[in-house]
Ligand binder design. Structure first.
Ligand SMILES: Cc1ncc(COP(=O)(O)O)c(C=O)c1O
Length: 516
C-alpha cells in the first residue's frame, strides 16, 4: 500500500524540462520536500529507480543520482537487495519543516514579533536607503576608468602564491603592509600623525563608525552631530543608543559655541571637516582648534570622517584635524569607496595609541579583518603608485564634470535651482526656494531615473534648507546632459502642478464670488 502510494506520489511529479535546473536536482528536492513535509513517512519504500524513471520519462541515471544524494544526506536508506526506504530514524515530530521556503511578505509582521527587542529597534532604524547607481547618486565615483587590469594582476599574484596568513586569517587590525602604506600616505598627504600600529583596516567607513561607537559610546551618551549631516553617521549613532545632539553649521563649519550650549558634556563629536557632508563647507582652522579645545575640556572624543578629501580642485588642502590633536582624542576615518569603488568595502581607522588594543578586541568580535588578498593587492596598488595615478586622473576628470554640470544646470534650471562651484568633493548642492517640497521633487525625479536626494531630509533640528544633492563624479557628460534635460522636464511638470494646486482654491473662491 505504502509502496504504491509512494509510486503514485513520485510518479506524477512535474519536472520542469525548460528550467536550467538539472532534472536529478529537481527530483532530489521534490523527494526531500515530500519527506520533510511528512507526505512520505519514515519506513516508506520508494519505487525502484527503473520504474520511477519510466514513470517520469527520465533516464534511470537521473533517478539514481537523486537517490544517491538522498542516501548520502541520510533522508533515505538502502536495504541491500530490498530497495530504498525513507529513513526510519527521522524523528516524525520534526518532519514538518519546509527548508528553503521564503517567508511570504505578509509573514513579515509575524517575523518581527520574534525578534529581540534590540533587533526590533535596529531593524526599525531607516536612515539610509540603497538607490540604484544612476545619475546623480552622490556616492558614485567613475567606474569605467578604473585600472581593472592592474588591479586584477595584483589580485591574481596574491592568489597564485598566497601567504599562509591569507588562508588562515591574520591580525584583526588588518594586513601589516597595507597599514604601513596607509600610514605613509596619510602622513604625506593629510598631515595625519600616526604609525602603522594605529591603523586598522575595516570594511568601509560605515563599519569604522559602528566600531568606534561600540568602543566609545554607552546608551544615553550625548554625541554632537553636524546638522545637516550624513545619514550613515546618524544611523550608527542611533544604533549605539546615543542621544543625538545636532549642532548647526555656518560658513566656518560646525558652530562649536552652539554645541557647547546644546550639550556641553557630550562624550563625542562626529565631523566631516575637510568637506562637510552635505553642504561642502571646509571647517576653518579656528573652529578646528575650538573643537579640540572643547574635547579636551569635556574629556570627549572627536571622530573625523575624511570621506572624500582626495578630490580637491582649488586651493591648498587643509591638514587633517587629527594632525592638530596633541591629546589622543581624534579618531580618523577614511574609505576607499570614493577613490576606488564602493563595492570594494575597504576603509580604515586611525585610533589614538592608547585605544589600539580596545579597538582590536572589539574588531575581533565583529568579524576580524576583511579579505586578506584584497588587502594585499591594495597595499601593492598604493605602494606601486597605481592609486595615486588613478586619483590624479579622476581629480582632473571630476573637475571637468563639475564644471559641465554647473553649466548645464544654470542653462536649463537657472531660475529655479541655485548652484555654486565647490572647491572639492563629488557632488554639488542645488538650492531651491524654501517653499518648494524638495522631497516630493526628489521622488518625482527618481520615478524618471534621476537620483537627486532632498537636502531637507538631512536635517534633524536646524531649520531645513531646501535643495537637491547632485553627485557628478560617476556621470559622463552625455549622460549628464540627458539627465539634466530629464530633470528640467520633471521641474516643469512639478512646478506646473504646483501652480495648478495653488490657483485651484483661488478659482473656487472666484467661482463663489461670481455666483454670490
Ligand atoms: C560622509 C560619508 N561618510 C562615510 C561614507 C561611507 O563610506 P563607506 O562606503 O566607506 O562605508 C560616505 C559614503 O557615501 C559618506 O558620504
Amino acid at each position: 500500500m505504502k509502496k504504491r502510494y509512494a509510486a503514485a506520489l513520485l510518479g506524477t511529479l512535474a519536472l520542469d524540462r525548460t528550467s536550467g535546473e538539472p532534472l536529478y536536482r529537481q527530483l532530489y528536492f521534490a523527494i526531500r520536500e515530500a519527506i520533510l513535509e511528512g507526505r512520505l513517512r519514515p519506513g516508506t519504500r520508494l519505487p525502484s529507480t527503473r520504474s520511477l524513471a519510466a514513470d517520469l520519462d527520465v533516464s534511470r541515471n537521473t533517478v539514481v543520482i537523486a537517490f544517491d544524494q538522498l542516501l548520502a544526506e541520510g533522508y533515505v536508506e538502502g536495504r541491500t537487495g530490498a530497495g530504498t526506504y525513507v529513513s526510519a530514524t527521522l524523528p516524525e515530530e520534526l518532519l514538518t519543516a519546509r527548508p528553503g521556503r521564503v517567508v511570504p511578505r505578509d509573514g513579515a509582521r509575524h517575523a518581527h514579533n520574534r525578534l529581540s527587542e534590540r533587533g526590533r529597534f535596529l531593524a526599525g532604524i531607516r536612515t539610509m536607503s540603497f538607490s540604484e547607481p544612476a545619475p546623480f547618486s552622490p556616492a558614485l565615483p567613475e567606474l569605467a576608468r578604473f585600472p581593472f587590469d592592474d588591479w586584477a594582476r595584483l589580485l591574481a599574484k596574491h592568489w597564485r602564491y598566497p601567504k599562509h596568513e591569507f588562508l588562515v586569517g591574520g591580525d584583526a587590525a588588518g594586513y601589516a603592509p597595507l597599514r604601513a602604506a596607509i600610514a605613509a600616505y596619510l602622513g604625506a598627504a593629510r598631515a595625519v600623525t600616526c604609525d602603522a600600529d594605529q591603523v586598522m583596516i575595516v570594511s568601509g567607513a560605515q563599519q569604522a563608525l559602528d566600531l568606534a561607537t561600540r568602543v566609545l559610546i554607552d546608551p544615553g551618551d550625548e554625541v554632537w552631530i553636524e546638522d545637516p549631516g550624513y545619514a550613515g553617521i546618524r544611523g550608527a549613532l542611533i544604533a549605539s543608543g546615543a542621544a543625538l545632539a545636532p549642532v548647526p553649521l555656518d560658513g566656518e563649519g560646525l558652530d562649536v559655541t552652539a554645541g557647547r550650549r546644546r550639550a556641553p558634556a557630550a562624550r563625542l563629536a562626529i565631523v566631516t571637516p575637510s568637506h562637510q557632508y552635505p553642504l561642502g563647507v571646509t571647517m576653518s582652522l579656528t573652529r578646528r582648534l575650538e573643537l579640540l579645545d572643547w574635547a579636551r575640556g569635556a574629556d570627549a572624543f572627536v571622530i573625523e570622517d575624511d570621506y572624500d578629501s582626495e578630490y580637491r580642485y582649488a586651493g591648498r588642502p587643509l591638514a587633517a584635524l587629527q594632525g592638530l590633536d596633541g591629546d589622543g582624542r581624534v579618531i580618523y576615518i577614511g574609505t576607499f569607496s570614493k577613490v576606488m569603488f564602493p563595492g570594494l568595502r575597504l576603509g580604515y581607522l586611525v585610533v589614538p595609541a592608547d585605544l589600539v588594543d580596545a579597538f582590536r578586541g572589539v574588531r575581533q568580535i565583529v568579524d576580524s579583518h576583511p579579505s586578506s588578498v584584497a588587502q594585499a593587492a591594495l597595499a601593492d596598488f598604493i605602494a606601486e603608485g597605481y592609486l595615486a595615478a588613478h586619483v590624479r586622473r579622476m581629480r582632473a576628470l571630476y573637475a571637468e564634470r563639475q564644471a559641465a554640470l554647473l553649466t548645464e544646470l544654470r542653462k536649463r534650471l537657472g531660475g529655479r535651482l541655485t548652484v555654486a562651484p565647490d572647491e572639492s568633493g563629488m557632488h554639488l548642492i542645488g538650492y531651491l526656494d524654501d517653499a518648494v517640497d524638495d522631497a516630493a521633487l526628489s521622488q518625482a525625479a527618481a520615478a524618471r531615473g534621476v537620483v537627486v536626494s532632498a537636502l531637507s531630509r538631512l536635517y534633524v533640528d536646524a531649520p531645513p534648507r531646501k535643495g537637491l544633492m547632485l553627485g557628478y563624479a560617476g556621470v559622463a557628460e552625455p549622460a549628464m546632459r540627458r539627465a539634466v534635460a530629464t530633470l528640467a522636464g520633471v521641474f516643469d511638470e512639478f512646478f506646473a502642478a504646483r501652480v495648478d494646486s495653488h490657483s485651484a482654491p483661488r478659482m473656487a473662491l472666484e467661482g463663489s464670488h461670481f455666483s454670490a
